[in-house]
Design a protein around this ligand. Structure first.
Ligand code: SAH
Length: 264
């Protein structure tokens, strides 16, 4: 049976950012096996943030967790970035890296990997600096709220990116659909949504904690995105090779959509 739903308060109490980073954001695990979930995502994000029109002034990262991998290609296309997550510890861990404080996670192998995709592995330190300068705010958000950043109201951005968040944050398909409508208010009409979502996953685990995941099919995600007022521009599924004890994920969906002009 799927793991019982782990709500935002469970994340607040039990999601250990440092353990998550160690487990899911290193290029290879303790046994030396490559972290294909991460490298696939990096390649997909590089491709999506190379598309025409995927640029502008402001980018908002929804459910950022303690991670920056999802911003490494994006930061070349946007001037300012705002990162949002529910838990205090995730936002603090992110701030630690942004301020280059001792004990911050070492992202340099991941940054080098992305720089190599972009054609120049040597510019990794420059990219880290660029990203650190561009992230202007790190704020609390709850994607289940009509205004996810309440009581703060952000001006709508040119683009929102969200990786592995909504399927973790939503207990059922109705909540997933409404969460997409909620986050759609963070992006301008004509602006873009970039998503990386795991498919047919019911759980992921690390640090002896199990987190529930809404089990999604590609069509469910696409329909929810369309239903939230977006036109899907790109939707690509890549199978996830079985044999990973940490999760029962079957595939990864990369999606780009454009918010329709409002009709009201
Ligand atoms: N985007 C990161 C983190 C994914 S883990 C990555 O790609 O690795 C899932 C994230 O969803 C966690 O950081 C958790 O704090 C966040 N989350 C869970 N429920 C949420 C909610 N209701 N609103 C906003 N974020 C939520």
């Amino acid at each position: 049976a799927p793991a019982a739903f782990t709500d935002a308060e469970f994340y607040q109490r039990s999601f250990d950012p440092q353990e998550y980073l160690r487990e899911f954001c290193s290029l290879s695990n303790a046994q030396g096996q490559p972290n294909t979930l991460l490298t696939q995502s990096l390649r997909n994000l590089f491709n999506m943030f190379s598309l025409d029109g995927l640029s502008g002034h402001t980018l908002i990262d929804v459910g950022c967790g303690p991670t920056i991998y999802q911003l490494l290609s994006a930061c070349e296309r946007f001037q300012e970035i705002i990162s949002l997550d529910y838990t205090d510890r995730n936002r603090q861990e992110l701030e630690k890296w942004l301020k280059n404080e001792p004990g911050a996670f070492d992202w340099s192998p991941v940054v080098k990997y992305v720089c190599e995709l972009e054609g120049d592995r040597e510019k990794w330190a420059e990219k880290e600096e660029k990203l650190r300068k561009k992230v202007k705010q790190v704020l609390k958000c709850d994607v289940t709220k009509a205004n996810p950043t309440a009581p703060v109201s952000l001006p709508p951005a040119d683009c929102i990116v969200s990786t592995l968040c909504l399927e973790a944050a939503c207990k059922d398909l109705a909540t997933f659909r409404s969460a997409l409508r909620n986050i759609s208010t963070l992006v301008k009409p004509g602006g873009h949504l970039v998503m990386v979502t795991v498919l047919q996953e019911t759980f992921y685990a690390f640090n002896k904690q199990v987190f529930s995941c809404l089990c999604l099919e590609r069509s469910m995600v696409e329909e929810a995105v369309e239903g939230a007022g977006f036109d899907v521009k790109l939707s690509e599924v890549q199978p996830y090779v079985p044999g990973d004890a940490r999760t029962d994920c079957k595939a990864v969906l990369s999606l780009v959509a454009r918010r329709r002009a409002s009709t009201t």
